[in-house]
Design a protein around this ligand. Structure first.
Ligand code: HEC
Length: 119
């Protein structure tokens, strides 16, 4: 009898752990992508743009990323990355983005956009 109870307890715990873990795993994947995107942004964009939630752009004419994500949708930005238009902008060195880098940058911009929308 005790053993049956133990098995039941273990099963209930496993089910609870699985249920609790699912959203965590998803958030982590998204968070990992955003972290990598933040790294790409700091490495390749931060010489001109303010890439974080605060700070001014080193290049006066380069809009801070937090302003860009306020006025542009992520899908528009993603399209412009994919068709190379962003790598084209004046005074910006030629970058060839890999698909993975675009995904990561978009994940980073999405996290920035979410923060900007949180009062
Ligand atoms: C050498 C300076 C420089 C670098 C490096 C740079 N940018 Fe820019 N960026 C600018 C300037 C200047 C503008 C504003 C003029 C323009 O849009 O052409 C701009 C504009 C943009 C815009 C358009 C904003 C809008 O609302 O239309 C996006 C998006 C953008 N940059 C993304 C990036 C990303 C992502 C990176 C890094 C991968 C990056 N930039 C790196 C100088 C730079």
């Amino acid at each position: 009898m005790i053993r049956v109870h133990l098995v039941a307890l273990v099963l209930i715990n496993l089910a609870a752990a699985a249920a609790a873990q699912e959203p965590t795993v998803e958030r982590t994947v998204q968070q990992d992508a955003a972290d990598r995107g933040g790294w790409v942004a700091r490495r390749t964009c931060a010489s001109c743009h303010a890439v974080a939630r605060t700070g001014t752009s080193p290049m006066e004419t380069a809009p801070p990323f937090r302003d860009i994500v306020r006025r542009r949708s992520l899908s528009e930005l993603e399209n412009r990355f994919v068709d190379g238009a962003i790598a084209d902008h004046p005074s910006m060195p030629d970058y060839v983005f890999r698909a993975r880098e675009i995904d990561d940058l978009i994940a980073y911009l999405e996290s920035l956009q979410a923060e900007e929308r949180t009062p």
